[in-house]
Write a protein that binds this ligand. Sequence first.
Ligand SMILES: CC(C)(COP(=O)(O)OP(=O)(O)OC[C@H]1O[C@@H](n2cnc3c(N)ncnc32)[C@H](O)[C@@H]1OP(=O)(O)O)[C@@H](O)C(=O)NCCC(=O)NCCS
Length: 171
Amino acid sequence: MTVRTRVEQPSDARATRLVHMAAFPGPDEADLVDALRRDPSWVDEFSVVAVAPVDQRELVVAHALLTRLRIGQGQGLALAPVAVAPEWQRKGVGRLVVRAALDAADAAGERLVVVLGDPDYYGRFGFTPASRHEVTGPFPVRDEYFQALPLSAYDGKPRGLCRYPAPFDGV
Ligand SMILES: CC(C)(COP(=O)(O)OP(=O)(O)OC[C@H]1O[C@@H](n2cnc3c(N)ncnc32)[C@H](O)[C@@H]1OP(=O)(O)O)[C@@H](O)C(=O)NCCC(=O)NCCS
């Protein structure tokens, strides 16, 4: 399989939306991505797509997004949403695109990424309960579902309550 990852380009936006529409039961995640595009929390280089060669074209088959969020007095990144087109799921593409987004954040000197999701899946990337890093989420979920991943530049901070960008309010 010759799937590769790269930073999403403006011309990918429509195809990225279709991936979210196909991966999730409704339009909420696709709408969230579009709202985040217009939000100050958006960071171009942390919007990563996986592309596959199909009929001499590049097809967007997955997307992973990191947006900036407040954590206590500091800031970090939120991983959300992640989507793989249904016919490409369970082939390692999700792992590839999430890993690429996390690597980009690490290379840029970011310190901490948080995610709300299945610990069985995100644990594979090194995420552990955010509470271990004195980071709390705004969601009423069991402790192990709100997770954090310290990157190379992590120095014990940021710590505190996460405040997600406004577009997450409606989700
Ligand atoms: C969840 C998702 C991103 C995973 O991507 P993927 O390319 O299918 O997964 P990968 O091939 O990288 O990894 C496969 C492994 O993860 C596990 N896995 C896949 N989806 C999982 C999930 N929702 N929860 C827990 N584990 C999951 C599989 O069991 C598999 O394990 P194995 O390697 O031991 O067989 C993808 O299936 C998807 O887009 N799902 C619909 C949208 C969604 O739920 N997004 C995540 C929430 S934002």
